[in-house]
Design a protein around this ligand. Structure first.
Ligand code: IYR
Length: 224
């Protein structure tokens, strides 16, 4: 039996709404993925705020199928770096990345060096719960897990950027080692690893542009 409560957020005047929307757009457009971090400390509360924001995401059947695992432990970050570099060395130097994939990555200048994993004060690994153990011992199957966790990660990134923090949607491949290092059950799959910190003073990012709105947004003409 569902229960409903009233929901009536205030209607915002269109001009004010568009102004806000434009400001949010400009803010998000100033975000870049970062691989060159400062080692400056980031208070735990900022990580908590970002995860609390992610935790507001809509999800399939409101199952909220995510676990955010945060660490600022030097030893854990070292273990993650070592394990990630073993996999990425196989990818880049061992020929596991197909040539077309390597070519697609070339403009980003990525390689098997993941030293930023030890520079950043925080790593947050997001796990997707394929199923969730319930208090009665049963296992609940979750729906639309990828969509739900992806949306939560988007909100997480937006929150970090709002606080002036930098991150990278890092997906060392394969990343099953994260279950072991972070002690997560086999019902959870590592989804994205976020190194989090301030950008290094001499940080550079690839000179990329975003595709024009006309390529991202199509409008279906009304049938005449
Ligand atoms: N996981 C590798 C390769 C990689 C893949 C994509 I798609 C990227 O956008 C960036 C990197 C790595 O982390 O280097």
């Amino acid at each position: 039996m569902s229960r409903f409560v009233s929901y009536s957020p205030p209607r915002i005047a269109t001009d004010v709404a568009m102004q806000r929307g434009q400001e949010f757009l400009a803010h998000m457009d100033s975000r870049r993925s970062v691989r060159m971090f400062s080692g400056d400390d980031v208070p735990r509360e900022m990580i908590e705020i970002a995860v609390a924001t992610a935790n507001t995401a809509p999800s399939g059947a409101h199952q909220q199928p995510w676990t955010f695992v945060a660490t600022n432990d030097q030893v854990v970050r070292h273990s993650i770096r070592v394990a990630a570099e073993i996999e990425e060395t196989e990818n880049y130097e061992g020929g596991r990345l197909p040539p077309a994939w390597r070519a697609a990555l070339e403009p980003l200048g990525t390689d098997s060096d993941k030293s930023y994993l030890e520079v950043v004060p925080w790593i947050v690994v997001v796990f997707a719960q394929k199923s969730t153990p319930m208090p009665d011992g049963s296992l609940r199957k979750n729906y639309y897990v990828n969509e739900s966790v992806g949306i939560a990660c988007g909100l997480f990134i937006a929150s970090l950027h709002t606080m002036g923090l930098a991150t990278l949607t890092h997906t060392p491949n394969p990343m099953g080692f994260l279950n072991e290092i972070l002690d997560r059950p086999s019902t959870e799959r590592p989804y994205i690893l976020f190194p989090i910190g301030y950008p290094a003073a001499d940080c550079t990012v690839p000179d990329l542009t975003r595709k024009p709105l006309a390529d991202a947004l199509l409008e279906v003409p009304s049938p005449s």
